[in-house]
Write a protein of this length. Structure first.
Length: 183
């Protein structure tokens, strides 16, 4: 009888203790997710920023994209378009830094190629042509038809010829090409 009581206590401890462990694990997962309200607010600020960017209002777009990132720091689109807006405003070092962060959150290879190509344009504006070629090549290896690669990068598969740039962007034309990707 003594064994039955001990066995029953052990069984009772296991039955009642295990659910509380599972419950705590579930609670941790819930705490790690972003509250839905912040995600919605981030998306709303992102859309407002895109509207400003379409109109060429880069400073207003920067303000909205920063709001979006405040609400959701991993919002890839907000990071990317903030980098574009910063480039359009002539803030090239900030644009470069922002785009380097955006690469980490790119949702797929197509967007990764777009970010690489945009980094290439940013580097051209900064006068770092050799570095720009490296990023255009990264973009080209993923998406040879990328609009920025086609417009600015001359790739020839003849021997060991050095890859070169077709032209340098004038004004904001390099960043303006990216606006095709807004939707």
């Amino acid at each position: 009888m003594d064994k039955i009581v001990r066995g029953g206590l052990l069984f009772a401890l296991l039955v009642f203790a295990l659910p509380s462990c599972v419950e705590k694990q579930t609670t941790l997962v819930i705490k790690d997710s972003r509250p839905p309200g912040l995600t919605v607010a981030s998306e709303k600020a992102l859309e407002n920023g895109k509207k400003h960017l379409r109109k060429g209002h880069c400073k207003q777009a920067i303000r909205e994209f920063n709001k979006a990132i405040e609400k959701d720091p991993r919002n890839f689109e907000a990071l990317y378009w903030l980098g574009v807006a910063e480039g359009m405003c002539g803030y090239y070092p900030q644009s470069y830094n922002r785009l380097m962060v955006a690469i980490k959150y790119a949702p797929n290879d197509l967007w990764r190629a777009r970010v690489y190509a945009t980094v290439g344009i940013t580097l051209l504006y900064m006068g770092k042509d050799d570095d720009a070629v490296i990023y255009f090549e990264k973009a080209r290896s993923i998406d040879p038809k990328n609009e920025l690669v086609v417009a600015y990068y001359d790739y020839e598969e003849k021997g060991n010829k050095k890859h070169k740039l077709k032209k340098k962007p004038k004004g904001g034309e390099g960043f303006e090409l990216t606006l095709k990707w807004l939707d």
